[in-house]
Design a protein around this ligand. Structure first.
Ligand code: UDP
Length: 372
């Protein structure tokens, strides 16, 4: 069976890397090729290096100030020669990006079966002006097979009348990636990590990330105001903030936070350095999806700077608190957690609903057992 795995951004690369590895273990059954759209470039390449993934096709589509019209059109047209050349039996896409949506349309036009990894996440907010929910819904409509990370995501697909036998609950492949990487990371800290360690000494750290379109503009200004307050009231603690490369994130962050001495604004961390930093953090403040899933595995509490979530499992598990982007709410919740070690301790021992590290094995077994 011929498998084409398509992705374009950093989080997709992290979550597809262990699947590539799993398919490539079975060369007697599968011929596996990788296509990157490079919707992100630098952040994607860093992950490819770490996981030693070499793309067979690189569409190299990232352009500065790219809009979604151009990107979508280019992915669809540039996928055609790839599909014509390799003629895969299955195209694998991941999650909710423009790459997932457009690549699945291209596969559908070529009559190729589409497999969706991290299927069934929903906010059900069709009026959202941000593309993720529509991307994941469209990808779900097109897909033939749906690999749902949790039973909640399976239920969402059942509500949309996806037949039971086309859905497999697997856990999230991000946990496979994390568990396969964590020892390698802890045993071999990079020069950057050694230098960060030296700066922070024994101080507690708060790790921050943010990138979502829904927080661009006012949202990031309120978030930065909150971080400034937290830093000022916690001189003995450090905030480590790897700032996403999007200029809409860089601008407010640099403007509001560059002068604060106990906030370390740094470039996006290499995946392995990021895992090290998560592991070292007392608290994580983020709007990221993947970080919430990883944090649960590492026993770290997370404040999520969003009003809605397609990951209710983490909120129900009790390690994630949805705090939105109101300055005072972020400050109050962060301080109430940091100043309550017992609560932090109890949150660190909760069960992770996102999986056990065997998601990729389940996916590959499922495909190998399909009759055609
Ligand atoms: N990540 C990373 N370096 C960073 C920040 C995040 O490698 O500086 C990783 C993190 O481990 C997680 C993924 O990137 O697996 C999350 O990506 P992002 O927040 O950009 O996207 P989302 O998960 O929200 O789609």
């Amino acid at each position: 069976k011929k498998i084409l795995i398509v992705f374009g951004t950093r989080p997709e690369a992290i979550k597809m890397a262990p699947l590539i590895k799993e398919f490539k273990k079975h060369t007697n059954i599968f011929e596996t090729k990788i296509c990157v759209t490079a919707q992100h470039r630098e952040m994607l390449d860093q992950v490819l290096d770490f996981f030693e993934v070499i793309p067979d096709y690189d569409l190299d589509l990232m352009k500065t100030n790219q809009n979604l019209f151009d990107l979508t059109a280019k992915i669809i047209t540039n996928m055609k020669p790839v599909l014509d050349d390799f003629k895969p039996d299955f195209v694998f896409v991941h999650g909710d990006t423009t790459t997932s949506m457009a690549a699945s349309i291209a596969a559908y036009y070529s009559g190729i079966k589409v497999c969706h990894v991290e299927a069934g996440l929903r906010t059900f907010d069709k009026n959202s002006p941000f593309p993720e929910e529509m991307n994941r819904q469209i990808t779900g409509r097109i897909s033939d097979y749906h690999f749902a990370p949790t039973s909640t995501s399976k239920e969402n697909l059942r509500i949309e009348n996806i037949p039971e036998e086309r859905i497999l609950v697997t856990g999230n492949t991000v946990i496979d990636a994390l568990l396969q990487s964590v020892d390698k990371v802890n045993n071999n800290p990079s020069t950057l990590i050694k230098s960060i360690s030296k700066t922070i000494g024994n101080s507690e750290i708060i790790l921050v990330t943010g990138h979502r379109r829904e927080n661009h503009g006012e949202g990031f200004i309120r978030i930065c105001d909150a971080l400034k307050k937290i830093a000022k009231d916690n001189k003995g603690r450090f905030i480590i903030y790897p700032v996403h490369l999007n200029p809409k994130v860089q601008e407010p962050v640099r403007l509001i936070l560059s002068e604060v001495t106990n906030i370390l604004l740094i470039a996006p961390l290499a995946y392995q350095d990021f895992i090290w930093t998560m592991n070292r953090a007392k608290l994580i403040i983020t709007d990221s999806g993947g970080v919430q899933e990883e944090a649960l595995s590492l026993g770290k509490p997370v404040l999520v700077m969003r009003d809605t979530t397609e990951r209710p499992e983490a909120v129900e598990a009790g390690t994630v608190l949805l705090v939105g982007t109101d300055t005072e709410t972020i400050v109050t919740e962060a301080l109430s957690l940091l100043n309550n070690p017992e609560r932090l301790q109890s949150m660190s021992q909760l069960h992770n609903p996102y999986g056990d590290g065997y998601a990729c094995e389940r996916i590959v077994n499922f495909i190998s057992e399909l009759q055609n």
